[in-house]
Design a protein. Structure first.
Length: 359
């Protein structure tokens, strides 16, 4: 099929924009089922590639695009078997020795998350990454390794298994760390750990990534995250570089059990979100009672650009995700800005007293 597709393009695709759409549609019909809702997206992908060929970009640009597409498709394919499992990305230093308290804490974290039926994602290296995978075990571990010019071995838990994915580009690896995560746990570490911490906070604060729990995990008595939070409060919050409610996006804990409880409680009633026709939909495992809805309209009105909170069933526009069809939706015109306040709303809907009784 790849040879046939290349041959088809060389013989049939012209530079004329009038013909381009029809030629791509003909090529796409050979590969993708016509009833797929993704067909228009595939059409746009092929159009982008052909336009790049028309412009005849330099070889380095073309190689970046080729490797990016290949790497993403490979990752999508290999992660498909784990698609519906909750996953937690764990960051921390690769230099943490085995006899360090943080190593033991990360191993306990892996054990705790596996008991909650959650998978542990790490960069597949040593230190905190190896410890978290040791605790979780292979069946509950995924490793996202990076290919470097020098030898870069994966840890013993995931090395040489289908649970290890290798990436050539750091930016794609970082994308999948966040894309696949239903929660993120950050243990003490160096520049890389701090980079990941600030990046995930920025992505969630700006709405570029869905809201998930961000847990700062440190051993009792350690000042690592305490000092980082002090700096953020005194130098960022007090200077008004961030909103006070942005501090709600992260939680500091001092045990693996606390970390597991924080993540599990986030998903007690909240399931996931999606945007639809300008509204934010929060899928819930249980509907809210009338008193809770009235409280939302009163105490969380600042999150709505207009209107109020509505509770409803799935619409026809959501038929692309039939597995979520039976869940209740909390729908509102979110301002797409105050994600710290959105975290407070999620905490509210997770309180059992706010749920409607089951008849």
């Amino acid at each position: 099929m790849p040879y046939e597709a290349d041959d088809y393009l060389s013989r049939h695709v012209q530079t004329s924009s009038a013909d381009l759409g029809n030629k791509i549609a003909e090529l796409l019909a050979l590969a993708a089922p016509s009833e797929s809702p993704n067909t228009p997206l595939y059409h746009e992908m092929l159009t982008t590639v052909v336009r790049m060929a028309q412009a005849d970009r330099n070889r380095w640009d073309a190689k970046i695009m080729l490797q990016t597409l290949r790497e993403m498709e490979h990752a999508f394919s290999n992660l498909e078997p784990f698609k519906r499992r909750r996953k937690v990305t764990v960051f921390g230093s690769a230099r943490t020795p085995k006899d360090h308290p943080t190593y033991r804490l990360a191993r306990e974290l892996g054990e705790t998350l596996s008991r909650l039926d959650m998978m542990v994602i790490t960069g597949a290296g040593g230190g905190v990454m190896a410890a978290a995978h040791e605790g979780a075990g292979l069946n509950n571990s995924l490793g996202f390794n990076i290919t470097l010019p020098f030898e870069q071995d994966a840890n013993r838990t995931v090395g040489g298994t289908p649970n290890l994915l290798s990436f050539r580009f750091f930016f794609l690896r970082k994308l999948f760390f966040v894309k696949e995560a239903d929660a993120l746990v950050l243990c003490p570490g160096g520049f890389g750990t701090l980079d990941e911490a600030l990046e995930v906070l920025t992505l969630i604060q700006t709405g570029k990534s869905p809201l998930v729990p961000i847990v700062l995990l440190d051993e009792p008595g350690s000042s690592y995250w305490e000092e980082a939070l002090r700096f953020i409060r005194e130098e960022l919050q007090e200077r008004r570089y961030i909103l006070p409610t942005d501090m709600q996006l992260m939680r500091l804990v001092h045990s693996a059990e606390e970390a597991g409880d924080e993540i599990a409680s986030f998903y007690r009633n909240f399931h996931s979100t999606r945007w639809l026709k300008g509204n934010l939909l929060i899928r819930m495992n249980r509907p809210l009672n009338d008193a809770a809805l009235q409280t939302l309209d009163r105490e969380f009105a600042d999150l709505c650009l207009s209107g109020n909170y509505q509770q409803q069933a799935a619409s026809e526009a959501e038929n692309d995700e039939p597995e979520f069809h039976d869940m209740t939706r909390l729908v509102f015109h979110f301002n797409a800005r105050d994600h710290g306040r959105l975290r407070e709303l999620v905490d509210f809907i997770n309180v059992p007293q706010n749920w409607a009784s089951v008849r």
